[in-house]
Design a protein. Structure first.
Length: 126
């Protein structure tokens, strides 16, 4: 019986390491309170133009599209709780765009092809 308990406990260190790594990943991607650049993941089916309109209505400026049309990289002049500003939008979550060089970032971001009216908003700090 004692031998079987040791076998069951052998997975505990691996489980704790995996849980710690997962938690640290989530904390790293979560936007800091003073962050001004965010990746915004809208509900599937939300087009880029619609997502950009939600961002501009909330006082942000669109910097670049994400890899999918429902992901927008945006900057807000006044950092704060972006989720509250976009409460009426179909926003699923926001993440810190400065900390993530992930698949959420567009490979086209160096040479955006969208009209400048969609990429910046008057009054937004870009």
């Amino acid at each position: 019986m004692a031998h079987r308990t040791r076998e069951n406990m052998a997975w505990l260190p691996a489980l704790l390491i995996a849980a710690s790594a997962g938690l640290l990943s989530v904390l790293h991607a979560a936007p800091a309170r003073d962050a001004d650049t965010f990746g915004l993941f809208f509900a599937p089916g939300t087009g880029f133009a619609e997502a950009a309109a939600f961002v501009t209505e909330a006082g942000g400026g669109v910097l670049a599209p994400g890899r999918m049309s429902n992901i927008v990289i945006a900057r807000f002049a006044e950092p704060g709780d972006v989720s509250q500003r976009l409460a009426q939008a179909p926003l699923w979550f926001a993440f810190s765009a400065r900390n993530s060089g992930t698949c959420f970032s567009s490979s086209r971001s160096a040479a955006p092809t969208q009209p400048s009216a969609l990429l910046a908003t008057p009054g937004a700090v870009l």
